[in-house]
Design a binder for this molecule. Sequence first.
Ligand code: ZN
Length: 145
Amino acid sequence: MSARSEIDSLRFAQSAERASGEFAVAELTRLHDILAKLDGVVQWSLEGSARTGRPAIVLRLRGRLTLICQRCLKPCVHALETESILPIARGEDELARWENEDPLLDGLVADPRLSVRDLVEDEILLSLPAIPRHAEGACDQTDGD
Ligand SMILES: [Zn+2]
């Protein structure tokens, strides 16, 4: 396994590096409060990109998380499949300027020791539905599988 636990985010973006791996859901402790089950894995990949004017990291996540349906309070499987483009600014000033130009920008300040797990946890938390629920009418038909 060549998965690294930390990356130098700006260098990673500028030199178009790639990395991938997976975390057991049991390791992603910041998610545990909202999960009904701690089994399974989340696969991740990181790809540096300097193609546009801003160095960026593309983060892709894939996995299955078992949330708690807020209608019936039973387990509710959520298919995680996200792709986030994260521009890497050299400092707070640059990030603020970028956010001014593009209010939807989801950027990070360069960190020579960015924790991949923290990054993955942050992106999962941002991507999850605010109120997880089974599909309309599906609550009684599921037993969490
Ligand atoms: Zn339900």
